[in-house]
Structure formats: C-alpha cells, structure tokens
Design a binder for this molecule. Structure first.
Ligand code: ADP
Ligand code: MG
Ligand code: ZN
Length: 722
C-alpha cells in the first residue's frame, strides 16, 4: 500500500522519502481509519491527506480555515499535476457550476472549502451527489476553545459528516500539541476510534535564540540589513509597535510590508501577498499574521517582543524554515514586554478562569526567557516530549557565540546611583545623572551633588540606556509597573553592590548571514522569481529553496538528472526543466565546471550514505564537491562564506567518511614549505591528537588553520590514500 504512496510522492512531488511519521499517517488513512495527526508547523501535514486523496477513488473535501490561502494551496496542487479546486465567497456562481461539472466528471481529486461553506444547503446538495472518500480537517485546533484560533463554524463539522449516507474517512491535522486541544478535536469532530499520531516536535533546522539587549532596534536593523536578500518575519506585540518598526525599516531602505488588525482587509491581503510573492522580503506583524502561511522560504523570524506564551511562540517561529533549510529564530526580550502582555490579558480576556490560565502560560514564557539550559529542550519538555540530550547545539544557550565580559564595576556604578537617588525614576533620568547632565530636573533634585553624578561619561546616552536596559533584562535591576515604569533595586542588585555576585554579560554577537548560497543559487533564484511573475504564483511554489540549493550544488545537465533532484516532480520538470537547465549550463560553461553526476540510487548503495540516510548533499560534501572542481581553499571559504578552518574540517570529515580520496587539494597560500616543516617536526614528536600542545610548541605566527591544514595534507589524506 505504501509503495503506491511512495510512487505518488516521487512522481508528483519529486521527493524521494517520507518524512518522519508521514508514512504511518498515510498508511492509516489508506486503511480507511479516522486519523488525527499532530505534527509541527512545516512538518509536512498536507502531503498526509493529499496522497490518500490521489489514491482514493472519489473526492477529498479539505476543510481549511483561511479563504485567503486557498488559492495558493490549490495552485500548488494543480502545479504538481493533480486536479483540485476551491469554493469560497470569492468564487462566482457561474464558476461554482463549472467546478460541479468537473467534480461529477471526476476531474477533481481535492476540493478545498472554508468551514462556513458546510452550512450552505445548496453546497451540501452538490456534495452528496458525488462520491466523497475523505474529509480532511486542516488546522483542526480551530475547533477548540483552548486553541488560539477558535472558529465557531468548525464546531459544525460533525453535522456535515453525519449527513453522508456512506461515511467518508475523516482525518484531522494540527500543530497544536496540548492534550486539551487534542481531546477537543476528537470529541468535537466526532472522530471514530481514531488513530492518533503525535510527531516529535523538534525542528532541528531552527536555530533558537534569545537576546536580552537594551538596543533591540539597532540589532534588528543590522540583522535585517545583513540578511537583506532573505525573507523574514518580525513579530511585535502591538499594532503601534508594528507601525513604528515598519517606519524605521522603511527609513532604512528595507523593502518591508506590515500586517495587523488595524489595516483594512484589502491592505492586509495586499501586504501579505507582497511578502508571499517575494516582492518585499520583510513583513512586520502582530500575531494576527501567519496562520496558514505556507511560504516555505522564510529564513528568519524575529520576535521584537516576547510573545504571550510558548504555544504562540513555537507556532510563530515554526513559520521559518518549512523547507528544512536552516533558519534563525531570534527572541528579543525586554522587561516592558511582561507589562504589555499582562495588560493585553487584562483587557482582552473576560473569564477569570481563562485569565488565570493565560497568566500561568505567560509565566512559563518568562521562565523560558530566563532559562539557562538548552532552550530547545525547554520547549520540547513544555510540550510533554522527553529529550535525551542536555545540549542541542543549536540554541543560543548551547552555542556560546560571543565572549563573556565582566561588567560588575559598571553595573555597581548604575546600582549605587539608583540607590543614592532615593526616589524612583525612569531609565532616562538615571542616564542623565550618570552622564553628569546639568538639566533643570537634575539640579532641582540635587543630583548634581551625588558622588555618582557624571561617573559614566564614557558612555553615550544611547549606550548607557541600552546598558541599563540590558541589566534589567538580566534581572540585576527590577522594573516597576505603572504609567511610567520606574527602576528599583532588588535582592540581586544588593548582592552585586556588596560584591557577592559578579555581572558577566555576553558581548552581543554580530548579526550573521544565514545561508551559504553560491552564485548559481542566486541566478536560479532570479529565474524562479521571473517564472513566478509570469505565472502569477508565489516563487516558493515553483521550487522551494532546498531544490534550488540542490540544483546549484549538483548541477544537473539533462532531464534525467534533474528529476533526481529533491522537489522536482514530473509536471514541474516538464514545465520548468528546460529553463533551469539552460541557466545551469550557462553557469557551468562560464565557470568551467565539468559535469559530474551521481544518481541517488547509486549513492543509496553506498554504505556511508546509507548509514547517513540523508540523500541531500551535506554541507561538508558540498565543500568536497567544490574541491573536486579544483577550487582553492580560500576561494571555497569565500564562496561559501565560511572560514578556511571550517573548509579544512569539512574535508577532514569527508576524508574520514569516504575512506579513499580523489581530492587534489591545492594548499598553496595556506602555509609555506618552511612552516610545513616546522609543524611536521612537532607533530612527529607529540602526535596529532590534540592541537593545542602543537600550537604551543610553535612560534606565534603559526595559526591553528596552518596546523590543521598540514595535518590534513600530511596525515589524513596520506593515510586515506594509502
Ligand atoms: P505543515 O505541516 O505545516 O502543513 P506543509 O504540508 O505545508 O507543512 O509542508 C511543509 C514543506 O515541507 C512543504 O514545502 C512541503 O513540500 C515539504 N515536504 C513535505 N513532505 C516532504 C517530504 N517527504 N520530503 C521533502 N519535503 C517535504
Ligand atoms: Mg499546513
Ligand atoms: Zn540547546
């Protein structure tokens, strides 16, 4: 049964394997069992009901909450070569009749409808005259009051299902993991003895980061500028904040759109489209944005404010990296966020019971921000998933980027100033006193006579206010709520003042570029946008970023090879193959790259690859491929935007995996003969197992890179080739 499903996956979608749990879910549905699948955003839920839809005899009705998205979803399916249609309020009566004819003629495998449609008797009449094999409820958490997107019309779905004389298979999909929501789905939709699949919630490709810095805007601007060519979402807590960030980004010449409930429907729709169609790369939004955004190439999600709870946070960052490529999630915390979120709870939730529930969830979010362990583990545990590691290696607590610096003395200066000022003031006033301002208010209170007046002149106004805010974010000073928040000392401040606790802060890491694209990737991306424009569909629907990446690293030269690339199905090959192949060929000619193709089937028989399971080229394999193209080490480092040291590690890894090597590496420019001899002298004595002792025995100017390179050349490669 599953083999026919795999065939569809390959032929239409162009993917070679199911992701985790997809196979099991599909198998259950194909057996005719009601099925509930809980998978993270980007986990690949659509394929779970779409493949059965193709294999089943009749039509699958897909209930999906967002009218605005239906067109994209249906375009996507049609673009794969599968018959699909949608009916919603934007479709004319004439067109509905037309769709009905196609339904009856059996040309449509999937019909997307909004839940409201099920209440129309006319619609129900039509549906009953055709064979319906599956009813798939997407975003099924909308049925639950506990979910975040409750929709009344979802609670009528069961009536619709019961009205069939022959009950279709009913399937439901959601990314919301809590037990309450899950139980609500089963009960409200009245699933019949359902098979329930709960996938692991980890999204390995998302780098989870939490920043507590005073200067959020500055950091964000730099980050966005550095990653200007990438798509990203910035979430802020309020409309006002969205508007102001939007203006600031525009002032900085960033192509940006905004989204919040204060805009007209039309504006919202246009702005969302601009983002989905890659006409702007950044969208600033409140949490109203994103439900069902299927755009797969969102490379970063920035939370300018702390969100209200872990569920929302995880759902929002889940919109990054649906294509499986690595993506950044940056949460920027400031204590004012807590005040904002409390205010929002107070003003928007009536029921005391639910309010209490929201406060509890908010507290867990705050705990997350201040958590010192692995952030990924915290989230997964929150969703009830046990993890067997202590460190994920891909969150800001596990990867210590940036150096810790001792800021105890500066912190003490701030604290003692607050202490001496006796009354409560806001950050600005403290900044003024510490910088020695002789403003009227400062004089009036006699602060110019304090010993702390002017002791931090070496900071600019902005720097100092950022520093104080950073201290607040780390809990060295407290913020007191009120119309104008004031700062106050807390038990921790006292400890620091007494010298019992040190203040070490991480230097803020420079904003980094996300993906390591090569030139060809850029060329293909431009081509993709061109074609998308001609067809009026979003670029990511032509090919996802992963496919472009694989095309640009493997360089297929004919249809057969191109079909071997993940994400290239039959119809897409026919429609777009020629143009992509031409672009690739031109690039190969210009850069004198010789064609070299290994089919995945051949690779599959390769023991190493089999064990690694992954058929995509891994990052170190791409480096090795470039070596085979005779690029030199420094060029590769430059092209891939990695350090020479990383290039060396990649090759070492590759050599270790593959055993033998046909790599002809040009070490010219990395070390001189003289340096090589010096290094060899040491390594012959003390071995190569540890780099540090080797380095210590050599002169200062011989870097780790040089040592690594010599070891690679004279030990590893020699060994492996022997
Ligand atoms: P969600 O679970 O959030 O609804 P989607 O169904 O939108 O996720 O899928 C997210 C992305 O993953 C899509 O771009 C889809 O094409 C891709 N995808 C799904 N299944 C696979 C697979 N087996 N191999 C590769 N990519 C896949
Ligand atoms: Mg989905
Ligand atoms: Zn971690």
């Amino acid at each position: 049964m599953l083999s026919s499903a795999l065939e569809i996956l390959h032929k239409y979608y162009g993917y070679s394997d199911f992701r985790k749990d997809q196979g099991k879910v599909i198998e259950s549905i194909l057996k005719g069992k009601d099925t509930l699948a809980v998978m993270p955003t980007g986990g690949g839920k659509s394929i779970c009901y779409q493949i059965p839809a193709v294999l089943f005899k009749g039509v699958t009705v897909v209930i999906s909450p967002l009218i605005s998205l239906m067109k994209d979803q249906v375009d996507n399916i049609k673009d794969l070569g599968i018959g699909a249609a949608y009916i919603n309020s934007s479709i004319s009566h004439q067109d509905i009749l037309h769709i009905c004819e196609s339904l009856i003629a059996g040309n449509i495998k999937m019909l997307y409808v909004a839940p409201e449609r099920l209440e129309s008797s006319e619609f129900c009449q039509i549906i009953k005259s055709i064979e319906v094999s599956q009813i798939a409820v997407d975003e099924a958490h909308c049925v639950s009051q506990w979910g975040h997107d409750f929709r009344t019309s979802y609670t009528y779905i069961w009536k619709f299902i019961e009205s069939f004389s022959k009950r279709p298979v009913v399937t439901a999909f959601t990314a919301t993991a809590t037990k309450e929501v899950r139980e609500d789905i089963v009960n409200q939709i009245k699933l019949n003895k359902p098979e329930v699949f709960i996938s692991g919630f980890d999204r390995e490709n998302l780098k989870i980061g939490c920043l507590k810095i005073g200067n959020r805007l500055g950091y964000m601007l730099k980050y966005i500028k550095t990653n200007e060519e990438q798509s990203g979402i910035v979430y802020a807590a309020t409309r006002k904040e969205v508007d102001s960030i939007y203006e600031r980004l525009k002032e900085n010449n960033i192509a940006v759109a905004r989204y919040h409930a204060g805009l007209s429907d039309k504006e919202r729709k246009n702005n969302q489209e601009d983002f989905v169609y890659d006409r702007v790369n950044v969208i600033v939004a409140t949490n109203a944005f994103g439900m069902g955004i299927d755009k797969s190439n969102v490379r970063y999600v920035i939370h300018y404010n702390m969100p209200k709870n872990i569920e929302s946070y995880y759902q929002e960052i889940g919109r990054a990296g649906r294509d499986g490529e690595k993506s950044d999630c940056i949460l920027m915390f400031a204590p004012q966020d807590v005040i904002t979120q409390k205010y929002l709870i107070e003003t928007s939730i009536q029921s005391p019971e639910r309010r209490l529930n929201e406060y509890k969830k908010l507290q867990q979010m705050i705990d997350f921000v201040h958590y010192n362990g692995c952030l990924r583990k915290y989230i997964l545990n929150y969703f009830g998933e046990q993890v067997d590691y202590e460190e994920c290696g891909n969150c800001s607590n596990c990867v210590s980027e940036g150096e810790y610096v001792d800021k105890t003395i500066d912190c003490q200066k701030v604290l003692s100033c607050i202490y001496r000022m006796k009354r409560e003031f806001g950050v600005n006033m403290i900044v003024d006193v510490l910088r020695g301002s002789s403003q009227r208010k400062v004089i009036q209170y006699g602060f110019d006579k304090l010993s702390t007046h002017g002791i931090m002149k070496n900071y600019s106004k902005e720097e100092l206010s950022n520093f104080i805010n950073t201290l607040i974010a780390h809990g060295y000073i407290s913020l007191k709520e009120g119309e104008y928040p004031t700062v106050i000392l807390n038990p921790r401040s006292i400890k620091v003042l007494k010298g019992e606790e040190k203040v070490t802060l991480k230097e803020i890491v420079k904003a980094k570029k996300i993906t390591l694209n090569n030139d060809l990737f850029e060329i293909l991306r431009v081509l993709r946008r061109e074609i998308a424009g001609e067809e009026s569909i979003p670029p990511y629907l032509i090919f996802p970023d992963t496919t472009l990446k694989e095309l640009s690293s493997r360089c297929p030269i004919n249809f057969e090879q191109m079909m071997d690339v993940s994400g290239v199905g039959q119809l897409k090959l026919k429609k777009y193959g020629e143009r992509f192949l031409e672009a690739i060929k031109n690039y190969m000619d210009e850069s004198k790259i010789k064609p070299q193709w290994i089919f995945k089937n051949e690779l599959k028989n390769d023991k190493n690859v089999k064990e690694g399971k992954n058929l995509k080229l891994k990052t170190h394999e791409i480096t090795a491929e470039m070596i085979k193209e005779h690029k030199d080490l420094e060029q590769i480092a430059k092209d891939r935007q990695i350090t020479v040291s990383t290039v060396l590690s990649h090759i070492t890894k590759y050599a270790e995996e593959k055993g033998v090597l046909d790599l002809n590496i040009n070490f010219g420019g990395i070390f001189t003969d003289e340096e090589e001899n010096q290094i060899l002298k040491v390594t012959k004595k003390i071995g190569i197992s540890k780099l540090k002792p080797i380095k210590e025995k050599l002169s200062e100017d011989i870097s780790y890179d040089k040592i690594k390179a010599v070891i690679l050349k004279d030990y590893i490669l020699l060994d492996k080739n022997a």
